[in-house]
Unconditional design. Structure first.
Length: 137
């Protein structure tokens, strides 16, 4: 009886790991659009890799789908402190900002765009040179 009690949690853990592994393998990743909303299904999350240099974003323009949760993976490849600030009350969270961080470090900014349109973003420490746009379709 004791052996069966131990096996069940182990089997459940193995099944959970298998489901997560399949989800990650099927989920894709990287930068770029992960597709639009099809057939009333909930929009998928999107990941965008952004290099921050002295003094520019690479890339500096992005296209995303309305309603998607977007994760910006930020890497400071410059020598200076940099941040990313999306300037809008229409983004969730409003005026989404990641604090300035050092060269060689990474940060993440997770946002959602509930409305279509064009949104501006910048490094608050290096405007107007270090800026870009996000087009939400």
């Amino acid at each position: 009886m004791h052996v069966q009690f131990v096996r069940r949690p182990v089997l459940l853990l193995m099944a959970a790991i298998a489901l997560v592994t399949v989800g990650v393998a099927c989920g894709g990743g990287g930068s770029g659009s992960s597709g639009g909303n099809t057939g009333g299904a909930a929009p998928k999350a999107q990941t965008v890799d952004v290099a921050m240099k002295d003094n520019l974003f690479e890339p500096k323009t992005f296209d995303v789908s309305v309603g998607q949760t977007i994760t910006f993976n930020l890497k400071n490849n410059g020598l200076s402190l940099h941040n990313m600030h999306i300037i809008s009350d229409d983004v969730e969270p409003k005026n989404a900002t990641v604090a300035p961080f050092e060269a060689g470090k990474t940060a993440e900014l997770v946002v959602k765009f509930p409305k279509k349109g064009t949104y501006k973003f910048q490094c608050d420490l290096h405007t107007p040179d270090m800026a870009g746009t996000i087009t939400v379709k």
